[in-house]
Design a binder for this molecule. Structure first.
Ligand code: FAD
Length: 499
């Protein structure tokens, strides 16, 4: 029996069948000793089948302020689901943590029992790293509060908050920080990988706005990290992903920001893409930090191919209109809804289209220079398929002004990040969609160097090269804080001693 079918068939269901008194969200009150001789199957850190005493599980269940779910619990299936419908994993246990103390207890449990552990923030991991078959899922979704300190212009977001929680809380106080373009993404994975959003040219990546964090490391200790306290760990979590522990709180710099901004989409038919992109590559070289203009190519559900510019001007709309005027004069758009409107309209416009449960595959690539040759190649590579799209995250501005090694995010000199993605519902489309996304990525690969770790479906060892000169420091810090690689379900950095 292979590992996956062992896990699905045996662990989650078998556990419940074997212990009928131990169901659901277990807070049973029998004495631990009475059941201490029983055990259940799980998957160890290195992927082997293992057994854990039921008594130990009971102890964890009792200790948690939140709940410990197993396969028979009515909320188990909802809790184990990730955003990407391609992943259907069944953890043996799901610890729905309600506090930093709960996270410590769950981490201690996984480490002491050598159990594979997955950490789930918003569940948006494209490759499904936030769940696992047979292990323990540390589910942070209940830890989603955001507190705003208006005087110091800071937001404190719990580790399982979503970008919508962050945006909404900050907006209530007339402030903002850089946040990604789909509001049900988790702050956790998003921030730890870097954090691109429509404000990154003005305010930098989200990690550039991360002032401190509270993190539970593999030894169960709680650390507050910032520029002065444990600066190595603070450096590593700004780009190094979930490798170093479970972040239970992020402290973000906020910026005063109007409720309404000049923003919207400018949409051209794909047959004008050549002319428009030719203009765009020259024009975009001199844009102000306030202006975010990212081209995307896709096919509408009814079959119309389009080139779309997502536009946001983070400043005086009058100045924005002036700066945008040359672009507005080019071509004959199918639609132009760029106007002064609530910032949250753009921040949520893709939420429904990219709802939880959709099947999706994605690859990304960092582009040093948007030039005429790339524009030509983009047009030639266009795939006339409503399941496929290419998006861009425009960088430069404040992103590029941070030194390459000031954080663990190494791609500061990229002008743009390309995202090649496909979205579909029917599992029968898995193979063609994945193949075609890979092909689109490959068609433009000559223009890209490195990729964005947060947007890559394939699990490869390429991250050593992708982190470039930051890797050896990351590996050393990993060796200090997680020498046994407890946190391995991520874009994994090998601890220096094991490397
Ligand atoms: P999860 O699946 O919960 O976690 C992802 C990884 O981070 C896992 O390894 C997990 O263990 C770890 N992790 C999560 N939370 C914590 C925590 N608190 N402590 C320690 N480890 C943790 N990225 C951008 O930069 N800009 C965008 O605009 C953007 N848009 C996106 C839109 C969609 C529809 C999707 C699916 C992704 C998008 N991304 C974007 C990529 C996104 O940043 C990553 O998918 C990110 O990992 C999501 O974080 P999460 O907490 O939701 O994911």
């Amino acid at each position: 029996m292979d590992r996956r079918s062992f896990c699905r068939g045996s662990i989650a269901a078998g556990l419940v069948a074997a212990y009928p008194g131990f169901v659901g969200c277990q807070k049973a009150d029998e004495p631990v000793a009475a059941v201490a001789d029983k055990g259940f199957d799980a998957i160890s850190l290195d992927g082997m089948e293992t057994r854990i005493d039921e008594a130990i599980v009971r102890k964890l269940s009792r200790a948690l302020e939140g709940d410990l779910l197993m396969a028979d619990h009515p909320q188990y299936d909802a809790a184990r689901m990730l955003w990407n419908g391609m992943h259907d994993k069944r953890p043996s246990l799901i610890a729905q943590c309600a506090s930093t103390g709960d996270v410590r207890r769950a981490v201690d449990f996984a480490r002491d029992n050598n159990i594979l552990v997955a950490v789930r923030g918003g569940g948006h991991s494209w490759p499904g790293k936030s769940s696992c078959d047979g292990g323990l899922m540390i589910d942070l979704s209940r830890m989603n509060s955001v507190y705003v300190d208006t005087f110091n212009q800071r937001a404190y977001a719990a580790g399982g908050a979503l970008l919508n929680n962050l945006d909404t809380a900050a907006r209530e106080h007339g402030m903002i920080t850089t946040a990604g373009v789909v509001s049900h993404t988790g702050v956790g994975g998003y921030t730890l990988g870097g954090g691109f959003g429509r404000l990154n040219r003005k305010y930098g990546l989200t990690i550039d706005n991360l002032k401190s964090a509270e993190i539970v490391t593999a030894d169960g200790m709680v650390h507050r990290v910032n520029e002065f306290e444990e600066p190595d760990l603070y450096w590593a979590i700004r780009g190094g992903g979930g490798n170093f522990g479970v972040v239970t709180e992020f402290e973000y710099q906020l910026h005063p920001f109007p409720l309404e901004v000049l923003s919207g989409n400018l949409v051209f038919p794909i047959d004008q893409a050549s002319e428009i992109l030719k203009f765009y590559v020259d024009w975009q070289r001199k844009l102000s930090d306030e202006l975010y203009v990212g081209p995307a190519m896709m096919t509408m559900p009814e079959g119309q191919g389009v080139l779309v510019f997502e536009i946001l001007y983070a400043g005086d709309p009058k100045k924005g209109e002036k700066e945008l005027a040359p672009l507005m004069k080019i071509g004959k758009p199918l639609d132009n809804n760029v106007m002064v409107k609530d910032y949250m309209i753009m921040q949520t416009q893709e939420d429904a289209l990219l709802a939880h449960g959709i099947r999706s595959y994605a690859k990304s690539g960092m582009v040093k220079e948007m030039d005429a040759e790339l524009a030509r190649a983009m047009v030639e590579s266009y795939q006339d398929d409503p399941r496929q799209a290419v998006f861009t995250h425009t960088c430069g501005g404040a992103v590029a002004r941070v030194d390459e090694l000031a954080t663990a995010f190494p791609h500061r000199n990229a002008q743009t990040m390309f995202v090649f993605a496909s979205f579909w519902a029917d599992p029968e489309h898995d193979d063609p969609c994945i193949t075609n996304t890979r092909r689109w990525h490959s068609d433009l690969s000559a223009f890209m160097g490195g990729y964005y770790d947060n947007i890559d479906f394939d699990d490869t060892d390429e991250n050593v090269g992708n982190y470039g000169p930051a890797y050896s420091r990351l590996s050393t810090i990993k060796g200090v804080y997680d020498p046994d690689n407890l946190f391995r379900l991520n874009s994994n950095i090998k601890p220096a001693a094991l490397a």
